[in-house]
Design a protein. Structure first.
Length: 60
């Protein structure tokens, strides 16, 4: 159980750090909305990493 909790906390911290370093143009949607969404256990940070960041393709 401790490992799962640490993984969730680590994922959330990584999401907030990434969100903080990106400009608003590099985020799909509102930075505030993504910040609030990342409070939702696993779903928020995973959604942010999957859909919230722009320009992560190989041809960018």
């Amino acid at each position: 159980m401790v490992v799962v909790s640490l993984a969730q906390i680590s994922l959330t911290v990584a999401g907030y750090r990434d969100l903080a370093k990106r400009s608003a143009d590099e985020v799909e949607g509102s930075k505030l909305a993504w910040g609030v969404a990342m409070l939702a256990n696993w779903v928020g940070p995973i959604a942010y990493f999957a859909k919230g960041r722009k320009g992560l393709g190989l041809n960018d």
